[in-house]
Design a binder for this molecule. Structure first.
Ligand code: AMP
Length: 290
């Protein structure tokens, strides 16, 4: 595995692969790798000649009071895991390498952003779009793999690829969970023992909503109320949102008659956790996007 830290070096390596007509799969991460990330890497490995993964904690996508400084990092373990999965190139630039000067161009998203995490984290998705655009230009992937754990991010990157004509196929893969249903996340390490036990109620709540849909309920508000009730009863933290929206357009629906996202975010003392289910109009889980 090639470990690359500079933009000059990644450009050269990619140029070589392109000259050999290699199909490049790309997985962007912020590191502290777990099975959610590894699933994306394994799929990329199966479906492409070469896999490039990046580890970059992108300062632009963190708000002033968020966890940029203390975001968990473990470069040594990540390098070992990436190598074991068979990553060909691990790109780990510093913030100075990616942003040698304040950006002159600013990316801004106008739709799919005033809901869910976009509403709670102003500027977050502009930062995501900026870094993903830079990475897409540097790595020139044939296919880019993202997790549906961050389904709004997938919807936003889908719009980026369409609007700006990136010749890239987007692949969204399902949320990988702990045995009790908690969505795997680098941020789960922030939870206290009690909170860790409570955190299972995010997925439990969403499952309760899914069951209601499966039993024929089509009223979004009733489904939202059911999810909210289940979560509220079981956590010491505070619910940020429970929403049901069309997917990927992320618009309000009056009745569930199309693919939807049922999503929640909860603030615990040191962590804000998110979870969602992507469901078709019958309430069945959608496990691959595109
Ligand atoms: P992050 O390092 O949190 O930025 O995540 C990097 C990529 O891994 C993103 O596409 C995430 O959606 C994806 N990812 C993170 N956690 C999970 C999970 N539990 N299941 C599936 N994908 C995940």
């Amino acid at each position: 595995m090639k470990v690359i830290r500079t933009i000059d070096a990644i450009k050269k390596v990619i140029q070589d692969y392109k000259a050999q007509n290699k199909q490049i799969g790309f997985v962007a991460t912020m590191g502290f790798l777990h099975d959610g990330h590894l699933q994306l890497m394994r799929a990329a490995k199966q479906e492409n000649d070469i896999v490039v993964a990046s580890i970059f904690v992108n300062p632009l996508q963190f708000g002033p009071n968020e966890d940029f400084e203390k975001y968990p990092r473990n470069e040594q373990k990540d390098t070992q895991l990436a190598e074991e999965v068979g990553i060909d190139v691990l790109f780990m630039p510093t913030a100075e390498e990616m942003y040698p000067q304040p950006m002159i161009i600013q990316m801004g998203i106008t739709r799919r952003v005033d809901v869910l995490c976009g509403r709670s984290r102003p500027g977050h998705f502009d930062g995501v779009l900026t870094v993903v655009t830079k990475l897409f230009h540097l790595i020139q992937p044939t296919k880019a793999y993202f997790g549906l754990k961050d389904a709004q991010q997938v919807a936003v990157i889908d719009a980026l690829i369409q609007d700006l004509n990136f010749p890239i196929a987007l692949v969204g893969l399902p949320t990988v969970r702990e045995a009790d249903g908690l969505a795997k996340s680098s941020r789960n390490v922030y939870l206290s023992e009690t909170e860790r036990k409570e955190a299972v109620s995010l997925s439990k709540g969403l499952q309760a909503g899914k069951q209601l849909l499966l039993s024929g309920e089509r009223d979004p508000q009733r489904i939202i109320d059911e999810v909210t009730k289940t979560i509220e009863l079981n956590i010491s933290g505070r619910i940020d949102y429970v929403e049901l929206l069309s997917y990927p357009s992320l618009e309000q629906v009056t009745s569930v008659d199309q693919p939807i996202i049922l999503a929640t975010a909860v603030f615990f003392e040191h962590a804000r956790l998110i979870d969602n289910l992507l469901l078709d109009e019958n309430g069945s889980l959608i496990t691959r996007y595109n």
